[in-house]
Design a protein around this ligand. Structure first.
Ligand code: ADP
Ligand code: MG
Length: 330
């Protein structure tokens, strides 16, 4: 079916008819603005992420269902990194007229399947035509008690550095997709990442994380943000980086430097967080039941910047940062 057969409002109706309505929503899709009612005494957290065809995704190897899931997942990951409870979101689309309605139906189904898994509600958005590629913008609201919100600032020298899940899988998956591979663990991690919402909430509720960020641009780049905002430095033990069995088996054959992929590869959407050394032992039990575990990979120090040390204690030469949209040569 062609988009022009159903038009903008036909498409909005198709999206709206699929969306459930959460208990905090007073006015949902269909008016000039939505209205929601947060629980008393909670801070509202707001995050927005844009996905642009050709920059963030390639339609030659991204199916609409998982693209819908990922578009919401990257936002859920940001709320998770604040220790927040995600609630409702807005979806704005700039759509090339060539895109069939069936693509957008699958996209919506995927996005709403992840929304359902996390109990979040679609409350509105905007729809227009794009003269070039598909552009997807999602704005997600969450909330949390003010004293539980976890910032990038707050890590102190002596704190231990943890990361959930495994690192490098998404970057490896992207590399494999570019080479024509269409399935397997790493490809799945790239196309359909798992936002660590339950883990973020558990860490916040326990008051365990002194600082937190999600790994979207790569471990070193995102650690850099924590270090800058916390005003300290850190060392990372390369030998302790959590790697999946798939990554251990395949990364060596696909890239000259697997370790670099784990240190600088983006889009793992894991949580990177600081915990005081006295409470380090609580991490495993706090994360029990959240669907993920965390690994201690280093410590915070006085000073600035990150140092990566190899198993033999040697310091590794580091690449500059992770993915940066406006830097040259990447
Ligand atoms: P307005 O012209 O007042 O901005 P629109 O015609 O753009 O209103 O939107 C009508 C309703 O549909 C609004 O509730 C808006 O939030 C919602 N909406 C528009 N596009 C989308 C979308 N892609 N997904 C979900 N809701 C949408
Ligand atoms: Mg509008």
């Amino acid at each position: 079916m062609k988009l022009r057969e159903i038009g903008e409002f036909g498409l909005i109706d198709r999206i709206a008819s699929r969306a459930a309505r959460g208990p905090a929503v007073r006015i949902g899709i269909g008016d000039d603005a939505a209205a929601t009612e947060p629980a008393p005494g909670r801070l509202i957290l707001t995050t927005s992420d844009m996905l642009v065809e050709g920059v963030h995704f390639d339609l030659s190897f991204t199916d609409p269902y998982r693209l819908g899931r990922k578009s919401l997942a990257v936002n859920l990951s940001d709320i998770a990194a604040m220790g927040g409870e995600p609630r409702d979101f807005l979806l704005s689309l700039a759509i090339p007229p060539r895109l069939p309605v069936e693509f957008l139906d699958r996209f919506t189904d995927g996005m709403l399947s992840l929304a359902d898994e996390h109990g979040v509600t679609l409350i509105g958005g905007d729809t227009c035509r794009s003269p070039a590629g598909l552009v997807i913008s999602v704005t997600l609201h969450g909330d949390q008690r003010p004293e539980r919100v976890v910032r990038r600032a707050g890590a102190r020298p002596g704190d231990r550095l943890f990361v959930t899940g495994t690192l490098g899988d998404s970057a490896l998956g992207l590399e494999l997709l570019r080479r024509g591979v269409r399935e397997g663990w790493a490809v799945e991690r790239h196309l359909d990442p798992s936002p660590r919402v339950a883990a973020g909430l558990a860490l916040a509720a326990a008051g365990l994380a002194t600082a937190m960020i999600d790994v979207s641009d790569g471990l070193l780049a995102d650690l850099g943000h924590i270090l800058e905002q916390s005003g300290c430095g850190a060392w990372v033990e390369a030998a302790h980086l959590p790697l999946s069995p798939f990554f251990r088996e395949r990364a060596g054959g696909e890239t000259p430097d697997p370790q670099l992929l784990a240190l600088a590869g983006g889009e793992d959407y894991e949580l990177l967080f600081a915990v005081s050394a006295e409470r380090e032992g609580e991490v495993a039990s706090v994360l029990r039941g959240t669907g993920t575990t965390a690994t201690a990979i280093g410590s915070f120090t006085a000073g600035s910047g990150a140092t990566v040390v190899a198993g033999d204690g040697r310091e590794l030469a580091l690449p500059r940062g992770g993915y940066n949209h406006f830097s040259s040569g990447r």
